[in-house]
Design a protein around this ligand. Structure first.
Ligand code: SF4
Ligand code: SF4
Length: 668
């Protein structure tokens, strides 16, 4: 026995050194790749308290994972079970090297409680895996990767847990090897049952010892095999998810950060090669679990486009690892581009994104897909002059007439020529500067919404004024289409115009104007109070400044705009207005609030062809029809136009109304 224990000690030392040595070599290489890329955002170590809180809720409490109830519950069981068995498994490894090591004799009470809890939680890992298998083999959702990697991981982990229970079962039945050492009798509730089922009590001391040793080796070798496998598999997220969540941009929902386009030393803009990533981009790629939640909610993926946010992340990771040799050996010039035909991100993928932010919102490890998409678009536009051909005219229109349609900029206020709408150039001072936006000024559907908005403001007696011909496009569309030069040109024009007048707040009826002016203009020195009409009207109603008489629009549903909802977390004001003004009932669509389905117009998609797959607005219109609503309300002129077009395709007479139009009709 003594000789065997010495042999086991030596064997364990060799195996542990080899396994951990290999593991740390792999992890070191991954870290070196992360540090070898050129882009360098500042480490986000600000707001420490908030970051710790996010870590606690997202990782420890598994809040983001559990947004999908059943898979989330299964993941939570697996997560806690795996965490729970680690101390005991590590203890078993130490015991393999130092047979006399016995932690049970140091803290017997605590140790017994821990072992019992770990034994129960380990069993729940198997319950979680049973559901995972059912999902993979029976449900088989399209967005799940059902490859060899995932199956191997399930196999690994099931062996780890089953062998853990058998080790416990044998341990429980064995008389302590040394007199006076900790007794495992009755400590393992689940493994104890296993011992009875398999009649382990009938085995001799030698039989128990052999059985224990066999399962010990199975358990430890599978854990070490898993350890070696992690860095090269999708389970790299076990290492990367925690730092990825901790370092996430807490204010991401608010803005695209300004690029210094006047930086004379900048050799390139955006992301064109893996070497141009920053360390946070790389961490994102490592952290992806390939759960497919982003793909499941993506309106582009859901309508047959080649874009899948999951695939972008996966393909960029593969590309990064494939080219890591060049990166680490400083042959960056030889690294080939990530975009373009034959590359990992094709044009059809890159330009299909509506920037709806569903992918980021649902991602359990807080990946920032849009950061990749915006930066890749920026690279294509600024460095390669490559973008969908129809965008050339849109860019020209914005540059020459400050609006994407190309209407004469001095006709911006024609929509209200027969209304008494004051203009800032004449007033110079007003309580409210109403930024009407391009859609509200030029698009036929948008103009009706603007007229309704003006009437509501007048009924409430608001001191407001518009900019008229002095207004430029807010810059959102150019920015999200990668044309940072053009975006900054228009932003600066508006900022200079704002500075000429006195006002208390900027009101917008367009969520894109709202988001950009509120969250991106401060980078250009314009830090104003900005309010969307939904919030403003909701307040006017609450203050009793509007004479509401309820109106009958039939059964209503509300379509959330991505840029109010997921980008700015504003969901309730429009619903409050509808509840106050509508006699009919309000029904929610299945895809609502933060799971709302995009109308298809964002990210400059409004001005691009949609030739592949089903039209996104048609799919949303179909969801409206399925809700049984007679009227669909929205709070964005782009959404209204897209929904109108989509509803027409369904041959239904469902009305599409902006909340301003509803409020206008419901007030006297
Ligand atoms: S990016 Fe996030 S949501 Fe998408 S597959 Fe990876 S972990 Fe899942
Ligand atoms: S932002 Fe929306 S459209 Fe773009 S990849 Fe994410 S989910 Fe898809």
């Amino acid at each position: 026995m003594e000789k065997y224990l010495i042999f086991k000690s030596v064997l364990m030392v060799v195996v542990l050194v080899l396994a951990f040595g290999y593991f740390f070599t792999k992890v070191k290489r991954l870290y070196q790749i992360m540090m070898a890329v050129d882009g360098s955002p500042k480490p986000f170590v600000d707001r420490l308290q908030e970051r710790i809180k996010v870590l606690f809720t997202d990782i420890f409490l598994q809040t983001s994972v559990r947004r999908k109830p059943l898979p989330g519950l299964a993941h939570t069981l697996i997560f806690f079970g795996f965490l729970a068995i680690q101390p005991h498994s590590i203890e078993l490894m130490v015991k393999g090297v130092f047979p006399v090591f016995d932690i049970g004799n140091i803290f017997p009470g605590l140790y017994t409680a821990y072992l019992s809890a770990a034994d129960i939680l380990a069993f729940f890992v198997l319950v979680g895996f049973a559901y995972a298998l059912y999902r993979r083999l029976i449900i088989q959702p399209d967005y799940l990767t059902l490859g060899r990697d995932a199956n191997l991981i399930i196999l690994f982990t099931c062996i780890i847990i089953v062998s853990f229970h058998f080790v416990n079962a044998f341990q429980q039945m064995m008389i302590p090897l040394e007199p006076g050492s900790f007794s495992y009798a009755g400590v393992f509730p689940v493994s104890g049952i296993l011992a009875s089922i398999f009649g382990l009590g009938a085995l001799s001391g030698k039989g128990l010892f052999i059985g224990y040793e066999i399962f010990y080796y199975i358990h430890i070798s599978t854990i070490l095999g898993f350890l070696i496998y992690i860095p090269g598999s999708k389970h790299l997220h076990l290492l990367a998810a925690v730092p990825n969540v901790f370092f996430k941009r807490l204010d991401f929902e608010k803005s695209i950060k300004k690029t210094d386009i006047e930086d004379e030393e900048a050799e390139t803009f955006g992301l064109g090669r893996v070497s141009e990533f920053n360390w946070k981009n790389v961490l994102n790629l490592y952290a992806c679990t390939e759960c497919g939640r982003c793909e499941e909610l993506c309106p582009a993926s859901g309508t047959g486009k080649p874009l899948s946010p999951k695939k972008i992340i996966h393909d960029l990771k593969v590309e990064l690892l494939n080219q890591s040799g060049l990166l680490l050996n400083n042959h960056k010039d030889e690294i080939h581009p990530i975009m373009g035909d034959g590359s990992c991100v094709t044009d059809d993928v890159l330009w299909a994104c509506t920037t709806c932010r569903s992918c980021e919102d649902i991602c359990p490890v807080s990946n920032e897909h849009l950061n990749f998409i915006f930066e890749m678009r920026k690279h294509q536009v600024l460095m390669e002059a490559s973008f969908p051909p129809e965008m050339q005219e849109t860019f020209n229109n914005m540059e020459n007439q400050s609006n994407p349609w190309g209407f004469a900029s001095d006709s911006r206020a024609l929509w209200c020529k027969d209304m008494e709408v004051p203009v800032m150039a004449e007033k110079t001072k007003a309580d409210v500067l109403w930024f009407v936006g391009c859609a509200g000024s030029f698009d036929d559907r948008g103009k009706k919404i603007s007229r309704a908005t003006a009437r509501v403001l007048q009924k409430a007696g608001i001191d407001f004024a518009i900019l008229g011909p002095e207004e430029s496009c807010n810059g959102d569309m150019a920015r999200r289409a990668g044309n940072e030069y053009l975006a900054q040109m228009m932003i600066r024009q508006n900022v200079a115009t704002f500075a000429r007048y006195q006002f208390d707040l900027i009101l917008t009826g367009c969520p894109h104007c709202y988001n950009t002016i509120k969250n991106e203009y401060p980078d250009f020195g314009a830090d104003y109070k900005v309010v969307h009409t939904s919030g403003y009207f909701d307040t006017l109603i609450k203050e009793g400044r509007l004479d509401i008489r309820s109106n009958d629009f039939g059964t209503l549903t509300f379509h959330d705009s991505c840029y109010l909802g997921r980008w700015n977390n504003i969901y309730e004001p429009s619903r409050n207005i509808l509840e106050k003004t509508c006699a009919g009932s309000l029904v929610e669509m299945d895809r609502t609030r933060n799971k709302g389905f995009c109308c298809g117009a964002g990210g400059a998609r409004m001005f691009m062809e949609e030739n592949i797959g089903e039209r996104i607005n048609n799919k949303r219109a179909q969801q409206v029809v399925e809700s049984g609503a007679e009227t669909v309300a929205s709070a964005c002129p782009f959404c209204a136009t897209m929904l109108n077009d989509g509803i027409m395709e369904t041959n239904n007479d469902i009305k599409v109304m902006d909340i301003a139009e509803i409020l206008d009709k419901a007030t006297s």
